[in-house]
Design a protein around this ligand. Sequence first.
Ligand SMILES: O=P(O)(O)OC[C@H]1O[C@H](OP(=O)(O)OP(=O)(O)O)[C@H](O)[C@@H]1O
Ligand SMILES: [Mg+2]
Length: 184
Amino acid sequence: MDDKDMGTDLKSVLITEEEINAKLAELAAAIDEEYAGKDLLIIGVLKGAVMVMADLARALSTPVTMDWMAVSSYGAGTQSSGVVRILKDLDTDIKGKHVLIVEDIIDSGLTLSWLLSNLGSREPASLNVCTLLRKPEAAKVAIDVKWVGFDIPNEFVVGYGLDYAERYRNLRFVGTLAPHVYGG
Ligand SMILES: O=P(O)(O)OC[C@H]1O[C@H](OP(=O)(O)OP(=O)(O)O)[C@H](O)[C@@H]1O
Ligand SMILES: [Mg+2]
């Protein structure tokens, strides 16, 4: 899906498909360097991180194994509920493994701080985070994020995995929504 298919729902394109691909290549090179000679397990946080996982994994030279966790702190709207729920846990035991959490966005930082403490308690050999997007609010929270693709303004964004009420995940780019879509 690209911007021609968006009608009037989209306010602007924030990050193009080309910019996303270039950034993922850069992040993959840094990750390859960090994990050279090590076994790496990448964990995608469903559903938003599906696109980043698929494209980042293919940009890496390091062989990886992949697992998925589903947690949710957002309901149908644009505000975090403040409560993190596990919808699907990992299939694998991460004890003694080098683990990289892959996220699409860190917004309030709530999901990630919860994930870091939950996965950290399972005794991985190492635990790092790579996110495509980060909003200003999260930069204020004391969470250690090793790789960030883009620091973006505090606007609700959709596309490339990110949804509003489960829609727009299959946009090839990241865009902002027109306020009329969410009653703004
Ligand atoms: O930093 P935070 O304020 O916690 O927000 C970030 C989280 O919110 C979104 O997930 P969501 O709960 O909407 O689930 P989804 O990936 O299935 O859309 C996003 O994919 C992150 O996981
Ligand atoms: Mg969501």
